[in-house]
Design a protein around this ligand. Structure first.
Ligand SMILES: [Zn+2]
Length: 642
């Protein structure tokens, strides 16, 4: 990074008065004079305070325990809903939902009643006369508000943000660096579409969500041809096998990879659209895993953007991804790289998934060391996805009522925390005197019960569906809007079918408050008959601000152990309002925020008793002597001078 910024920082004029802003009683710190201020933040998605306490007691986390001994450890209040895109947007901007405009992983367009991913949208390529490509295209970040490292840059303070979530495409900067994390698509424009090449007949007509199966036939020859799906074009693949040696030679558009059964390949660059006239080939890269030769089973990772030659805008400045790839080699660029979808779809076994998740972790550790070794000052933020993604798969394994196929993996999470502690120890050693803060966007809970909120709304008479066979367009086409007052979409959102806003709204504006109150009361008194537990801890009106077309009317904060089913999140209406979750995705956090706080761990004492995610942006600005802008929520986390 940042030599130019460090120089600028050292010559910056220090403010000598304590500034007060926003009419609050926050006391702001004057700009540092000539010294280079430093701060390292490790963002560990999903790190849970209850587990941290438990594992410290068991002696599993010696480095974190030592850090807390000399510093601070608090629960970190997360956002409602405690979904990663919402929570990280609050971290990035210091704003509530009505300021950053991200309410859920999915939003809905009230006029067309269609859903779209909340943090970014593809922008169609501009064309000349509607035909000839004229540049443009790409993606647009839908998060509102200024990222705090953009403000740092304006004040000549250096910052490097590695794999920061909810920042794709990365917010524009000239000198400060950011690399997009969660929310970054693969080259197919999805959040991760794996492929599998196989000759096993059982896969022939099987539908695998989030994956593509290519059937091949080795019965006549030990060499076959097939394709890999890519962006707008396919890549030709030739495979030769040696059954005796259990080996396969894979040739993808001239790149050759030789694998023995059980082996993972390194990153293999793939050009899609080679030989097609009129446009250049698109660069991507994949990792192969040869699961077996007879039967033949080859897992192919989602096609990631190649950081060494990226067609996707994943870093600011754009050249930084190439610099990084030159320093540490190619690395996963898709947002959440752990292939939970392949595990859930049965394309990777648990052991194979854990190997793949380990590859992601190893890459990230290498990247962290590279960043720490070149770090000279300003802010360094570094993000880890491992605990979040593996907790989704294995948190429920630690529950006493875990299904037996999951219970045998109860060791995964404690071992992962131990491993993370070692990484923290390495970071602390390299940080020296630099203050280090660990934070997570939320904690974790078991996901035992699937809630079909739309089914419940139908049972309560708030929602009607068309009689069979009579459906309209889109994912909500089955809803009979004339007889529907409310519907659910996304993991925690409930919308009124509001007149003047929704395409077929029936709830008059003047009755909206009453209807909402009634639904809130009914939700909060809903008990699951089987266990007597409350299903919803709290249903809260969502602040809309400038985002009236995005904001839900209620945010549904589920009780611990309860979460919306995936199908209800996409608008489906089923038979049962609540079902036992028997799936592999058995840990989650999309419940009431009070059930799943994150962590704030500091190597220096903070002298505070409560902390919230929105406090970070103003705290970091203040730490570097910059007055947080008006409207930024949150208080200062560093009371003492670190
Ligand atoms: Zn998560």
């Amino acid at each position: 990074m940042r030599k130019n910024l460090i120089t600028a920082l050292s010559t910056a004029v220090a403010g000598l008065v304590l500034l007060t802003a926003c009419g609050s009683d926050r006391e702001y710190r004057p700009r540092p004079k000539t010294e280079e201020k430093k701060l390292i933040i490790l963002g560990i998605d999903g790190m849970d305070p209850v587990l941290v306490k438990r594992y410290i007691k068991e002696g599993r986390l010696p480095n974190i325990a030592k850090m807390i001994d000399g510093g601070s450890f608090l629960d970190l209040q997360t956002t409602d809903p405690p979904q990663s895109p919402v929570a990280w947007s609050a971290f990035i901007t210091g704003l509530d939902l009505d300021g950053h405009g991200i309410y859920d992983f999915v939003h809905r367009d009230p006029l067309h009643l269609e859903s779209y991913l909340s943090t970014s949208k593809p922008v169609p390529e501009e064309t000349f006369l509607g035909v000839i490509p004229n540049g443009g295209g790409g993606h647009k970040l839908l998060r509102g508000g200024e990222a705090f490292w953009q403000r740092l840059e304006k004040e000549d303070v250096g910052a490097t943000m590695v794999k920061i979530p909810a920042n794709f495409p990365p917010a524009k900067t000239d000198a400060n660096e950011s690399m997009s994390g969660m929310g970054t698509p693969d080259m197919l424009g999805t959040y991760g579409t794996f492929q599998m090449i196989t000759d096993e007949p059982e896969w022939k007509d099987k539908h695998v969500s989030a994956g593509e199966i290519h059937m091949v036939d080795f019965s006549k020859s030990d060499a076959v041809q097939t394709v890999l799906a890519g962006p707008g074009a396919e890549a030709a693949v030739q495979i030769s096998i040696d059954r005796e040696k259990e080996m396969a030679l894979i040739d993808v558009e001239g790149e050759k990879v030789l694998l023995t059964a059980g082996e993972w390949s390194g990153w293999t660059p793939v050009d899609f659209g080679v030989g097609l006239t009129g446009s250049a080939a698109t660069h991507g890269m994949v990792r192969f895993h040869l699961r077996g030769v007879s039967p033949f089973r080859l897992y192919v990772s989602p096609v990631n953007a190649d950081p060494s030659d990226s067609d996707l805008h994943i870093t600011e400045p754009p050249s930084w991804s190439e610099d990084m790839a030159r320093s540490i080699g190619r690395f996963y660029t898709q947002g959440m790289a752990e292939d939970t979808k392949a595990l859930v779809g049965g394309v990777l076994s648990d052991d194979e998934f854990l190997e793949q998740a380990n590859l992601v972790f190893e890459e990230r550790i290498k990247m962290m060391h590279h960043e720490l070794d070149t770090y000279e000052g300003g802010l360094l933020f570094f993000y880890f996805s491992s605990i979040d993604q593996q907790s989704h798969m294995y948190y429920g394994s630690m529950e006493s009522d875990a299904l037996s196929q999951y219970a045998k993996y109860a060791h995964v999470i404690p071992e992962l925390y131990e491993r993370m502690d070692k990484v923290v120890g390495d970071a602390l050693a390299k940080a020296g005197d630099t203050p280090v803060v660990i934070m997570s966007d939320h904690g974790f809970a078991p996901w035992t019960w699937k809630v079909n909120l739309n089914t419940w709304l139908a049972q309560q008479g708030y929602l009607s569906v068309h009689s069979q066979g009579e459906t309209g367009k889109g994912i909500l086409g089955h809803i009979d809007w004339e007889n529907t007052q409310a519907y659910a979409l996304g993991l925690n959102q409930l919308f009124l079918n509001l007149e003047g806003r929704e395409a077929h709204g029936v709830v008059p504006q003047e009755e909206a408050a009453v209807v909402m109150q009634r639904i809130k009361r009914d939700l909060e008194s809903w008990r699951y008959a089987e266990t007597g537990q409350r299903v919803v801890t709290k249903a809260m009106p969502a602040p809309a601000g400038q985002y009236v077309d995005r904001a839900p009317d209620l945010i549904v904060g589920y009780n611990r152990g309860f979460r919306s089913s995936d199908s209800s999140a996409m608008g489906a209406v089923g038979n049962e309002a609540i079902e036992r979750n028997e799936g592999h995705w058995n840990g989650d956090h999309c419940m009431y925020a009070g059930h799943v706080p994150g962590v704030l761990i500091s190597s220096k004492p903070l002298g505070i008793t409560e902390a919230s995610l929105v406090d970070f942006a103003p705290t970091v600005l203040n730490y570097f002597g910059i007055t947080p802008p008006e409207g930024m929520k949150g208080k200062l986390l560093f009371k003492s001078d670190l």
